[in-house]
Design a protein around this ligand. Structure first.
Ligand code: IMP
Length: 432
């Protein structure tokens, strides 16, 4: 049995989709444990590009794919994704399973996300507008609706009528958006229609996952977003509303920490971020622009341009600790191919002049990164599949990153395709 957690070690968009897809060949199932359709996992194969928002990337290889209890589900978005996959002849019905306990993103969650963001003006979080924050708020407030709740229509109507009364009152009196108020009958009807289509997929996912582990199966837990968007350990309040860290697997999928065999941290060879919030190594100049265009750095969910900057070793070292990362998959190295010199942030100078290698959990917007410069390789590394074919400067860059963040690299990605990858013997799952 192998139980591998795959997490993003920066602010998301590290290239998790490709690595999950690749390792799924060696796995029996893939489980999502947090987030919702705010995520966008891009996978390329057979010259086609797939962007999955909710369903685990494992579905493309027709492996057991589970949406765990910690995921929040917009039923319309999920059904659309199922339809698109079926149109590509991918067998969804046999492979997808969804937790009864996963919370639903309701129409009022989408409205509240968008209305709140526009009220915040310059202080907005820059959310994806998919209703994720308000859904998790209601989950914690114990007023959420779970997929399994749709089975009992009488009880559902009773609960929903009270919830909608409260939401409409807020829309009317706080947001001044009387015209956006919701109609109970319409909401219920839409939910029942969605439920009819989704019911065949519902299950007790924690039981299913544990049964799989007991049977010695190899499972991948696919994280969404990244370490510094974690609601507890990220750059709060500029975070998402779930626990994106490896620890989130235990609650979001229902397994104990003793089951985990490997935590793989997906790490981009530079840094990007979408949405607002501090970003010490951000490059607001033509170098940042160059990284964005070379790396195709535009959000897979919203299409927004990503903010770009140099690799931040202070940040990734913190991610290694917070997640207990066993090894790293280093992605998008080829984006650095044309740089004569490459910079790495190795420490921060704090506002009071102190220099630290530890990640400060407050006032990250006031740190100045201290850089080290390394020579670039100025040749194409795209598609290289053997370590000994990599330019020596690129190998030196990898070794320096390993030293700085205190974790070994087990996978090197040299392009978006499955085959553009070097799997070192220490990569998880490949050696049964
Ligand atoms: P929310 O998750 O839509 O509430 O957005 C909160 C923050 O997380 C915003 O800065 C988003 O841009 C960011 N975010 C959410 N999902 C992703 C993702 O999959 N990749 C990168 N950033 C994300």
């Amino acid at each position: 049995m192998n139980c591998v957690i795959i997490v993003g070690s920066q602010w998301g968009d590290e290239g998790k989709g490709k690595i999950v897809d690749l390792l799924t060949e060696y796995a029996d199932g893939v489980i999502r444990y947090q987030g919702g359709n705010n995520a966008g996992h891009t996978v390329m194969f057979e010259d086609k590009t797939f962007v999955l928002h909710l369903i685990p990337s494992g579905i493309l290889r027709e492996k057991l794919s589970i949406l765990g209890n910690g995921v929040v589900i917009d039923p319309a978005a999920l059904l659309e994704e199922i339809k698109q996959l079926q149109e590509m002849n991918i067998s969804v019905r046999d492979n997808l399973r969804i937790s009864n306990n996963a919370h639903l993103v309701m129409p009022y969650h989408l409205l509240f996300d968008q209305l709140r963001e526009s009220r915040k003006g310059t202080q907005k979080i820059g959310t994806t507008g998919r209703g994720i924050g308000p859904t998790y708020e209601d989950k914690v407030a114990r007023s959420g609706i779970r997929l399994g709740d749709l089975r009992n229509s009488v009880h559902l109507k009773d609960r929903l009528s009270k919830i909608i009364e409260e939401k409409n009152s807020q829309l009317r009196h706080y947001f001044g958006a009387e015209q956006r108020c919701l109609n109970l009958g319409h909401v219920l009807e839409e939910l029942q229609n969605h439920f009819q289509e989704l019911e065949p997929y519902l299950c007790d996912s924690a039981q299913l996952v544990n049964d799989q582990l007991d049977a010695g199966k190899n499972l991948i837990f696919e994280g969404a977003q990244g370490t510094f968007l974690d609601v507890d350990h990220g750059t709060y309040p500029y975070v998402t509303s779930s626990n994106t860290l490896a620890g989130g697997v235990c609650t979001g999928a229902g397994i104990g920490p003793t089951k985990v065999s490997h935590v793989l941290g997906i790490t981009k060879a530079y840094t990007t971020r979408v949405g607002s919030g501090p970003f010490p190594t951000e490059l607001d100049d033509e170098t940042g622009e160059f990284l964005r265009s070379e790396g195709g750095e535009f959000g897979a969910t919203t299409g927004r341009p990503r903010r770009c900057g140099w690799f931040d070793a202070v940040l990734v070292r913190q991610a290694v600790r917070l997640n207990g990362i066993s090894s790293l998959a280093l992605t998008k190295l080829d984006v650095l191919d044309k740089f004569e010199e490459i910079r790495i942030a190795v420490a921060y100078q704090l506002a009071d002049g102190t220099i630290t290698k530890n990640f400060p959990t407050q006032q990250l917007d006031q740190v100045t990164p201290i850089y080290e410069t390394m020579p670039g390789w100025i040749c194409s590394s795209q598609g290289i599949q053997q370590v000994d074919e990599l330019p020596k400067e690129l190998i030196a860059y990898i070794k320096r990153l390993e030293d700085l963040v205190s974790a070994p690299v087990s996978i090197i990605s040299t392009g978006p395709r499955r085959e553009e990858t070097i799997l070192l013997p220490s990569a998880p799952l490949i050696n049964p």
